[in-house]
Design a protein around this ligand. Structure first.
Ligand SMILES: Nc1ncnc2c1ncn2[C@@H]1O[C@H](COP(=O)(O)OP(=O)(O)OP(=O)(O)O)[C@@H](O)[C@H]1O
Ligand SMILES: N[C@@H](CCO)C(=O)O
Length: 317
C-alpha cells in the first residue's frame, strides 16, 4: 500500500438516524435528513493530528486521537495497511448538525463517517458499494447493534441482523412515499445510550415477546405498503416502558400523540420523539407539537434515499 501523499483530501456526508421505531428494537433504522460532514487532509508532518470541530460537540469533544471520528478513521486506514500517522499527519474537520445523546444516532453517524472517510481517503476521494458494505459491518459491530449505523450507511429504511458477532446483514425495504417522519427534540435533555440500555432487564415475558414479534413484522408492512396501520405497528413491549423514568417528558408526549391517533415512539434510546405520520396528517402533528412551546425543536427532516456518500465538489464560480 502506497503512503498517503501530502495534500490528498477526502470528504463525506453522513445522515442522522432513528432506531427501533417502536417494536424493531436493535434492528430497524430510518435515516433522517440531518447531516454531519467530515473532511480530512493529509499533512506532511509525521505523527501530527489536528481535529477541528464546528457545530454540535465543538468545545466539548476531544480534539485528539480519542475523538470518535478519528478513532474510526484510524481503523479504516489500518484496515487498508497504513500505519496510523506513520510518515504523514492529518487534519480532520467535522461540521456537526446531529444532536448528541438525543436518540438520533449521533455516535453511529460519527463511526460510519470516520470509517467512510478513511476508505475514501485511500480510494482518492471515492467510495464504492463494497466500501459501504465494509462500513456497515464494522460500524454495526462497533456499536453492538446495527440499527442506527445501517440506516446511516444506506439511507432509507433498514432492517439489520447479526447472524454472528462480527457479521452484519441488512435489508433495505422501500418506504411508502406517503410516510413522513416528524422529529421532536426536547431542549437541553440528553441521555447516553449506555445509561438507557443499563435499565433493561435480561429477560422478557413470552406474551410480550410474541406480541412484539407480530408488531415488528407489521411495522415493515405499514412502512412500505399500508401506512394507515402505523399506530398499531409501532406498539412496543421491550424497551419504552422500561425506560420511562429515564425520559418521562418524552413518554408523556408519546402518550399524548398516541392518544390522538398518531404513531409516536421514542427515537432510539431517547429522549427525542419520532412520529411516523403521513403527508396529509404531518401538518396536524407539527401544529400540535408547536403548542407545547419552546421546550421542543420541531423538525421535518425527511428520509434521505442514500446515506454515507462523498458530496459533489462545490461548483467553482
Ligand atoms: N459527531 C460526533 N463526533 C464525535 N463524537 C461523537 C459525535 N457524535 C456523538 N459522539 C460521541 O457519542 C456520544 C453519544 O453517543 P450515544 O450513543 O450516547 O448517543 P446517540 O448516538 O446520539 O443516541 P442514540 O444511539 O440513542 O440514537 C457522545 O457523547 C460523543 O462521545
Ligand atoms: N436500539 C438502541 C438504539 C440506540 O442506540 C437502543 O434503543 O438502545
Amino acid at each position: 500500500m502506497a503512503a498517503l501523499a501530502p495534500g490528498s483530501t477526502a470528504r463525506v456526508r453522513v445522515p442522522a438516524s432513528s432506531a427501533n421505531l417502536g417494536p424493531g428494537f436493535d434492528s430497524v433504522g430510518l435515516a433522517l435528513g440531518l447531516w454531519d460532514e467530515y473532511a480530512v487532509e493529509v499533512l506532511p508532518e509525521a505523527g501530527h493530528l489536528e481535529v477541528v470541530l464546528a457545530g454540535q460537540g465543538a468545545g466539548e469533544l476531544a480534539t485528539d486521537g480519542r475523538h470518535l471520528v478519528a478513532t474510526r478513521l484510524r481503523e479504516a486506514l489500518e484496515a487498508c495497511g497504513l500505519g496510523w500517522l506513520e510518515g504523514y499527519g492529518l487534519r480532520l474537520t467535522c461540521a456537526n448538525t446531529i444532536p448528541m445523546s438525543a436518540g438520533m444516532g449521533s455516535s453511529a453517524s460519527a463511526i460510519v463517517g470516520g470509517l467512510g472517510l478513511g476508505f475514501a481517503l485511500v480510494r482518492d476521494g471515492e467510495l464504492t458499494e463494497a466500501d459501504l458494505g465494509l462500513v456497515n459491518t464494522r460500524a454495526g459491530v462497533a456499536e453492538g447493534h446495527p440499527d442506527n449505523s445501517s440506516a446511516s450507511v444506506w439511507g432509507g429504511l433498514t432492517v439489520s441482523w447479526m447472524p454472528s458477532p462480527r457479521v452484519v446483514r441488512t435489508a433495505r425495504p422501500a418506504v411508502h412515499p406517503d410516510v413522513v417522519p416528524v422529529v421532536l427534540v426536547p431542549a437541553d435533555q440528553r441521555l447516553d445510550t449506555a445509561t438507557a440500555r443499563a435499565v433493561l432487564g435480561p429477560t422478557v415475558a413470552r406474551p410480550d415477546a410474541v406480541r412484539q414479534a407480530g408488531r415488528a413484522a407489521l411495522l415493515v408492512h405499514a412502512l412500505t405498503t399500508e401506512p394507515a396501520l402505523l399506530l398499531d405497528a409501532t406498539s412496543d413491549w421491550l424497551h419504552q416502558e422500561q425506560r420511562r423514568a429515564a425520559y418521562p417528558v418524552t413518554m408523556g408526549a408519546v402518550d399524548l400523540l398516541r392518544g390522538l391517533g398518531h404513531a409516536a415512539v421514542v427515537s432510539g434510546a431517547g429522549p427525542t420523539l419520532l412520529c411516523l405520520t403521513t403527508t396529509d396528517l404531518a401538518p396536524t402533528v407539527v401544529a400540535e407539537a408547536r403548542t407545547w412551546g419552546r421546550g421542543w425543536r420541531v423538525l421535518t427532516p425527511g428520509i434521505p434515499e442514500r446515506g454515507l456518500h462523498v458530496p459533489a465538489a462545490p461548483e467553482r464560480r
